[in-house]
Design a protein around this ligand. Structure first.
Ligand code: FAD
Length: 463
């Protein structure tokens, strides 16, 4: 049987960062990636979610400066984020969080980013195998190493690979992660129940559209989010600028939402009176484009689909984790990282920075022969960010369109009064409404800090 020190399931940002870190520290690291075809990649590669933006302070969290990228990765520097409610809006030109990076953020080509992460890991000595789907893992916690690997990874092709450490970076579907974690959890708290895709994930859909020159000129340094336009928790469409007048127009929404259960459905601008169920992604996107630019343009001819980008025919569909993070069964020599671990934010969808950082910590510790510090180390590195994301997602859980309008109006007033920075006490406390926003955020965050913001803790695992 083939033997490695560290086996990594999934070749996305978390997996490749783990492989890079493990190989850099001298471990034999092997990445197994099932491989996903894309119209804009010649060979199979990881499932690159190409809706990629990074904010200024995320650069330090990721611990990779964009200057390290080859030329084809970074697409656009950003100078603002626009948040648009049904009738109110606000624009942030600063995240207000300390950052050395000089721009508000940047957008990047995720497929090229993933390709570069792979090259970087391979240059450090890691082995990357694409087109290999992991079917399952058998673990023997008592194994001593050497001829007795702690983990035996079974591939769909019938091969077995032995490894001392296992990094699970198979993304939000967790097809391997859930089954592995179930070995360490009682039936009633099984990961396959708690982290099942329909409840633990949202669905995301996006289209590549070429925008008219004057529209693109206005938004090519901005990311735009429309909140309170479609029902569901953290359900919203967005526009991210790409290059050459192309933008990614996408959305995220819960799986299986029942339109009949939505109160005041008429308040959501992207729901029509004759809708019998929640519209599909393409219908929502079409309605958004019509609502924002339809008065001046013919959407089908002036905003055409760009069919040679994305996964297929200019469109992409993904699942995205919307759970809180989980701790790993480190005593079994297993680290879960990135989307599989629930690091992606349901609130703003950012996740590449925390996936890379968590993966790098897992790889470094595995190479050192001891994963026991993993849960503490990722909390030190990315805990503040995850806590912030969990708090925001929870805060807006019951928001309806009016709540979004009220919030954006409040934020706009605060920004006018105090300048472009939002998340500082002085900005948030200006005026009664601002104080309310600030204190409910602080209170919720304190509660999560006290009671915990992870949804599966290390002490639940049974070895
Ligand atoms: C629509 C959308 C928009 C987003 N926008 C942003 C953004 O603007 N900024 C940002 O930072 N983040 C964004 N994210 C989040 C970001 O994509 C994730 O946080 C990131 O991809 C997580 O990386 P990962 O390596 O953990 O998982 P993934 O990127 O999901 O990689 C997992 C890999 O595992 C492979 N795999 C799965 N099962 C198996 C198996 N059985 N065997 C072998 N391989 C397997 C998959 O093919 C995949 O390549 C967005 C996500 C979505 C869906």
């Amino acid at each position: 049987m083939e033997r490695v020190d560290v086996a990594i399931v999934g070749g996305g940002p978390a997996g490749m960062a783990a492989a890079h870190a493990a190989a850099s520290d001298g471990a034999e690291a092997l990445v197994l990636e099932k491989g996903v075809p894309r119209a804009d990649r010649e060979t199979l590669g990881p499932d690159s979610t190409d809706a990629a933006g990074i904010l200024d302070y995320w650069v330090e969290i990721m611990d990779i400066h964009p200057e390290e990228f080859p030329d084809d990765v970074l697409v656009q520097h950003l100078d603002r984020a626009e948040f648009i409610g049904p009738t109110e809006s606000c624009t942030l030109t600063s995240t207000g969080i300390d950052a050395d990076y000089e721009h508000f953020g940047y957008t990047f080509n995720r497929a090229r980013f993933d390709d570069w992460l792979r090259e970087r890991a391979e240059a450090a000595g890691a082995t990357y195998r694409v087109g290999v789907r992991v079917r399952g893992v058998d673990s023997d916690p008592a194994a001593t190493g050497g001829d007795e690997p702690r983990h035996t990874i079974h591939t769909a092709d019938g091969d077995d690979i032995g490894a001392d450490f296992l990094v699970l970076a198979d993304g939000p579907q967790r097809t391997v992660t859930n089954a592995v974690l179930d070995d360490y959890l009682p039936d009633e708290t099984a990961a396959s129940k708690r982290l099942a895709a329909p409840t633990a994930n949202h669905i995301a859909y996006q289209e590549y559209r070429r925008f008219p020159e004057e529209v693109f000129a206005e938004l090519n340094t901005a990311i735009k989010f429309w909140w309170g336009h479609m029902p569901g928790h953290t359900a919203y469409p967005w526009v991210f600028p790409n290059d050459n007048r192309v933008c990614r127009v996408g959305l995220t929404m819960p799986i299986g939402l029942d339109l009949d259960a939505v109160d005041d459905r008429g308040d959501y601008p992207l729901i029509h009176p004759d809708d019998e169920s929640i519209p599909d992604g393409a219908t929502y996107i079409r309605r958004l484009l019509e609502r924002v630019w339809g008065d001046e343009y013919d959407i089908e001819t002036d905003f055409p689909l760009v069919e040679d980008r994305g996964k297929r025919d200019g469109t992409e569909t993904y699942s995205i984790s919307s759970t809180r993070p989980i701790e790993s069964p480190v005593d079994a020599g297993i680290a879960v990282a990135g989307g599989a671990m629930g690091t992606t934010s349901a609130f703003h969808e950012g996740g590449d920075h925390v996936a890379v950082r968590a993966g790098a910590i897992a790889g470094e510790l595995a190479a050192g022969g001891d994963l026991s510090a993993y849960n503490d180390r990722w909390k030190d590195a990315i805990g503040d960010e995850l806590l912030r994301n969990v708090t925001f997602a929870d805060l807006c859980r019951e928001y309806d369109p009016d709540d979004w309008d009220r919030t954006f109006a409040t934020v706009r007033e605060m920004l006018t009064a105090r300048g472009p920075t939002l998340f500082t006490p002085s900005a948030l406390k200006s005026g009664f409404a601002g104080a309310k926003v600030y204190y409910s955020y602080k209170k919720r965050k304190r509660q999560f800090k006290r009671n915990g913001y992870v949804q599966l803790t290390a002490d639940e695992y049974v070895y």
